[in-house]
Ligand binder design. Structure first.
Ligand SMILES: Cc1cc2nc3c(=O)[nH]c(=O)nc-3n(C[C@H](O)[C@H](O)[C@H](O)COP(=O)(O)OP(=O)(O)OC[C@H]3O[C@@H](n4cnc5c(N)ncnc54)[C@H](O)[C@@H]3O)c2cc1C
Length: 386
């Protein structure tokens, strides 16, 4: 999410103060404006706020460019009627038009998955472990269990991921604190050919600490979470074990969602690898069917019905200061939904840079009241009454 102020009324604080001063003055607003110092304007605005004389705030407006928000947010923000909006249209913009016109084939992902299966089969064969993928995949692709030198560099991360899913495990033992990855000794010959720092113990091969983190980044960094082959259990196992790694995987997944689906995930889903994997499955199904409808000749304006509410959009919004007060009052509150609350807080921070005295009292109502007007529904930050 990104917020930029594109334009605003010049001299916003003096404009509001001059408009208000006019009500009590015999001279024109032009003369008032000419003689108003910034200090005088600031102290006059404070008086207005204390009196609740809000209509002069309507003479100043701010225009925001808002990028990378969901269509769920769009539905919420446009309920604020005292504002003007221009929104990126899914009628004229197809988020996947490049992919559709390129007629991307599945060959690349298929051959990467073949490399994964090669690694997996070799690892299970050497270690004597059970193969944990559908046997028909191995048969269909004529997997032989090739050694690393036969795998092209581009597919090496998939191949090594196959080796890990086939015979690797997370290792934590009293004599080996921290985070490490263990392989059976039988895999020594193939792992020695990789660039990882492999340490041999009596019973296993280990990749430890920072090297183990690098290993995980290597095998999951460019993963297509919808198309690539990988063990979900092993990925989740990593994330549950190590907080730093969990953060990295979450950020890789969010980036993937942004790039592949032109979508964003809400905060509660973004915090959980398991929830994000489910979310990706939904996004992938919507995208596939959207592309199928476009290829079948359906217009974008109708095909878009199948796109999810998490699809991103961009908008330009103009609001006057009085309406912004109402917006911040409702949407900076902890009770507001997370994404629109984050947006409101970013917008408030931006307008405060330009007109600090005008927005001094803007924000969630509790901040200026010292108690929560939501009563028992409050978030607990402030007591429910005075
Ligand atoms: C936490 C939260 C939960 C919400 N849940 C729901 C929900 O479940 N369902 C739902 O439909 N909406 C919901 N809303 C949206 C909410 O009802 C408002 O539509 C939205 O916040 C816009 O506020 P507003 O009307 O004050 O803003 P604006 O439309 O910008 O109006 C600003 C002010 O102008 C005045 N005004 C504007 N139009 C009129 C009018 N026609 N008549 C009289 N006065 C007017 C009012 O004083 C209003 O406060 C929710 C909002 C929040 C913050």
């Amino acid at each position: 999410m990104k917020v930029t102020i594109l334009a605003h009324t010049p001299e916003p604080e003096k404009t509001v103060a001059a408009a208000a001063r006019l009500c009590y003055s015999k001279i024109s607003a032009t003369q008032i404006m000419e003689n108003f110092s910034q200090e005088k304007a600031t102290s006059f605005i404070k008086k207005l706020m204390d009196m609740g004389h809000m209509s002069p705030m309507e003479h100043v407006s701010f225009t925001f460019a808002i990028d990378g928000v969901s269509r769920t947010l769009l539905a919420q923000i446009t309920r604020h009627r005292i504002a003007s909006y221009s929104v990126q249209s899914l009628r004229y913009n197809n988020p996947f038009d490049e992919e559709i016109s390129l007629e991307v084939s599945d060959d690349d992902s298929t051959s990467e998955n073949v490399s994964y299966l090669e690694g997996l089969l070799l690892a299970t064969k050497l270690s004597g472990q059970k193969v944990n993928v559908n046997p028909s995949l191995i048969e269909k692709n004529h997997i032989k269990g090739q050694t690393p030198e036969n795998i092209i560099d581009l597919h090496k991360p998939s191949y090594i991921r196959g080796i890990f899913d086939g015979a690797g495990m997370l290792s934590e033992s009293p004599d080996n604190p921290g985070f490490s990855i263990a392989f059976p000794l039988e895999l020594e010959s193939i792992l020695r050919d990789t660039h990882f720092n492999i340490i041999s113990s009596d019973t296993k091969l280990l990749i430890k600490n920072e090297s183990a983190l690098n290993f995980v980044r290597y095998i999951y960094g460019n993963l297509d979470f919808a198309v690539s082959l990988y063990s979900e259990d092993k990925l989740l196992g990593f994330c549950n074990k190590n907080a730093q790694l969990n953060e990295e995987i979450l950020s890789i997944m969010q980036n993937f969602i942004d790039q592949k689906y032109y979508a964003m995930a809400p905060e509660s889903i973004s915090k959980s690898t398991k929830a994000l994997l489910t979310y990706i499955k939904g996004l992938d199904a919507c995208k596939k069917h959207y592309i199928d409808l476009i290829r079948a000749g359906i217009d974008q304006e109708d095909a878009r019905y199948i796109l999810p509410l998490g699809t991103q959009t961009r908008l330009v919004m103009t609001m006057n200061v009085r309406s912004l007060y109402n917006f911040f009052n409702l949407r900076c509150c902890e009770r507001a939904q997370t994404e629109i609350r984050q947006l409101a807080n970013l917008m408030l921070a931006e307008v405060k840079k330009i007109a600090p005295s005008l927005f001094e009292k803007a924000g969630a109502p509790c901040e200026k009241l010292g108690y929560c007007p939501e009563g028992d529904f409050g978030c607990g930050k402030y007591p429910p009454s005075k």
